[in-house]
Design a protein around this ligand. Structure first.
Ligand code: FAD
Ligand code: NAP
Length: 542
């Protein structure tokens, strides 16, 4: 191993989170370096180049808010930006702040070990580079570690196998016979796009999604200018809203509306784009009866769009609307009406084998020139657990989180001092406009580091009891909603198969207030110390 480079902070990941963290650390005068497994910046938007990929939050909101000049100089072309445009935006930010010189690309952090003696992390990479840092900041993404499907004998397939989460856009799929797996947000977008040019497309679905038309369109003349004129007010509303959007849920409980009025409001919300539907009434994620009324509406939309009743049956979800991620679609249901597209429900028709050129089920054989896979991510914890992370007393993160993740405020982990997880489990992260949540975490961490520099504290660690209380709160709040009613990637699993809800559903605004209060109370629930000493000598700041 090469000699370790000594720095104040190492930032792992160069997506939206890592880049902003680097900007803040530089601004605040810390020595910092970024490390990124990919060959460029962008994170999600660097890797997910599959056809049809785009955001489902309006572009004017799915963007950084920390730099008013950046807000004014960047122009979005569509209501919901496509992957390429978001990547160009991130590239623009990296260039504006001259960030690439501080990032090691094509370099993966493989291990990080806490040194009790020095109060620092020794970090190693797959390139033989090492870093000796006071602070380790994991901006590794909640949706960055792909989950591979359990397809028997996939290695036998002779054609290209493409994963949406690591898409290789040099492979031409035009005119090909494609077998596609997975119909979550990514799969739905990819299927719609590929149906335009595949000679045949067989879609293998396990759990159907609710998908709402994006109603994407070019931004109209004057629309962007109007938003730019009061951008900061818009951002302020988003920062204090439940989900990080500028338009919060409409007041009123669905079940208390007269059927005609409820229908009208749902119709308006349906036409407003993806984020609109769950905002149609204030109680859709809390009240089973109200939710079912909206779900019946969404199921009827599927039946009205898809021609074949047997397909409609397979495509119709039975779980509460929004308890799994609501998807955004542009032509997905229409794609299933095309003569070159068929749908296989793998719960009814089991995939038994992949051969050199087919997918074989217990009922049929499906020829394939290419296989495309959108089976999701090891969400919220996967990228962190993939690092050999060793904290105090040899504690290993994979073992510590085997019964579900624990992190105080979703930010810091007891036993792993001077480590911060941006949008970690236990924070609003994936249940919000993620950029709003990223900015809040980055600004909190940067403030914490400058506060420590001023106070002379050198080590900060989450108190175990505060962490336990927080995770209990995360669980309690989740169970006040309908989220746990579905089996989704929001849930982690314990060793004995129990489910643990990972993101914080208490709301972006309430969460921000809590983090601010913690800081104002002298980092309540954290343990701070002035010297690199053992845990037993530290004084809790409670
Ligand atoms: P990421 O963008 O995931 O970046 C993390 C980076 O860390 C990656 O580049 C990865 O290579 C790197 N990394 C991980 N581990 C290591 C390691 N050990 N060593 C070195 N590098 C490492 N959110 C929304 O709010 N709205 C949307 O519309 C939306 N659309 C999405 C569409 C897709 C296809 C996906 C997958 C996610 C979407 N999300 C959306 C969530 C999205 O992930 C976040 O909005 C945001 O981009 C996350 O940024 P990040 O920097 O936290 O993480
Ligand atoms: P996902 O939502 O987890 O969807 C994966 C799908 O694949 C699930 O329906 C899963 O079913 C299915 N699956 C798993 N194994 C399978 C198999 N062997 N055969 C057939 N199907 C199988 O993953 P994703 O679509 O990549 O989306 C992840 C998240 O990224 C989203 O929820 C969203 O937060 C974000 N995203 C957003 C957008 C956007 O529009 N802005 C686009 C893409 C992604 P089970 O649930 O039964 O396992």
């Amino acid at each position: 191993m090469a000699e370790a480079r000594t720095l104040d902070a190492l930032v792992v990941g160069a997506g939206f989170a890592g880049l902003y963290m680097l900007i803040k650390l530089r601004e605040d005068g810390f020595s910092a370096q970024g490390v990124e497994a990919g060959s460029g910046v962008g994170g999600t938007w660097f890797w997910n180049r599959y056809p049809g990929a785009r955001c489902d939050i309006p572009s004017l909101e799915y963007s950084y808010s920390f730099d008013p000049e950046l807000e004014q100089e960047w122009d979005w072309t569509e209501r919901y930006a496509a992957q390429g445009e978001i990547l160009s935006y991130i590239e623009h930010v990296a260039a504006k702040y001259d960030l690439k010189r501080s990032i090691d690309f094509e370099t993966r952090v493989t291990s990080a070990v806490w040194n009790e003696e020095t109060g620092r992390w020794l970090v190693e990479t797959d390139r033989g580079k090492a870093f000796d840092v006071q602070f380790l900041i994991l901006a590794t993404g909640a949706l960055s570690e792909p989950k591979l499907p359990d397809l028997p004998n996939l290695d036998a397939f002779k054609g290209p196998v493409l994963f949406t989460a690591k898409w290789d856009d040099s492979v031409d799929l035009k005119g090909k016979n494609i077998c596609h797996f997975g119909t979550g947000s990514s799969g739905i977008q990819a299927v719609a796009a590929m149906s335009d040019y595949a000679s045949h497309l067989t879609v293998f679905q396990r759990t159907p999604s609710y998908a709402v038309p994006a109603n994407n369109r070019p931004l109209e003349a004057g629309e962007q200018e109007a938003a730019k004129a009061h951008y900061q007010e818009m951002r302020k509303v988003a920062r204090h809203s439940p989900l990080g959007f500028a338009s919060p849920p409409r007041p009123g409980k669905a079940k208390e509306f007269a059927p005609k009025d409820r229908e009208q409001r749902l119709e308006e919300a349906w036409n407003a784009g993806t984020t609109g539907l769950l905002n149609a009434f204030e109680d859709l994620l809390f009240d089973a009866e109200s939710n079912e009324q909206a779900a019946v509406f969404a199921r009827r939309k599927i039946a009205e769009t898809v021609d074949d009743p047997e397909m409609v049956r397979k495509l119709t979800p039975v779980y509460p609307l929004g308890s799994r991620r609501l998807c955004s679609e542009i032509g997905f249901y229409e794609a299933l009406n095309k003569p070159n597209v068929e749908l296989v429900d793998v719960r009814e028709e089991k995939v038994v084998e992949i051969t050199a050129n087919e997918v074989v089920t217990d009922q049929d054989r499906y020829p394939a020139d290419a296989i495309t896979i959108a089976t999701g991510f090891d969400a919220c914890t996967g990228a962190i657990k993939a690092i050999e992370l060793v904290g105090r007393d040899g504690q290993r993160i994979a073992e510590e989180w085997a019964d579900g993740p624990r992190a105080y405020l979703g930010l810091a982990i007891s036993g792993f001092p001077n480590l911060f997880a941006i949008t970690g489990p236990g924070s609003p992260s994936v249940l919000s406009n993620v950029i709003i949540s990223i900015e809040q975490h980055v600004e909190w961490v940067a403030r914490c580091l400058t506060d420590m520099r001023e106070s002379g504290d050198t080590v900060i660690e989450a108190d175990a009891q505060a962490e336990q209380d927080w995770m209990h709160h995360v669980d309690e709040v989740a169970h006040m909603t309908l989220f746990p009613a579905a089996d989704s990637w929001y849930m982690g699993k314990t060793r004995d198969g129990k489910q643990v809800f990972m993101p914080y559903v208490g709301g972006v605004g309430a969460y921000r207030e809590k983090c601010d209060q913690v800081r104002e109370a002298g980092y309540e629930g954290f343990v701070l110390s002035h010297a690199p000493v053992g845990a037993e000598e530290l004084t809790p700041h409670t």
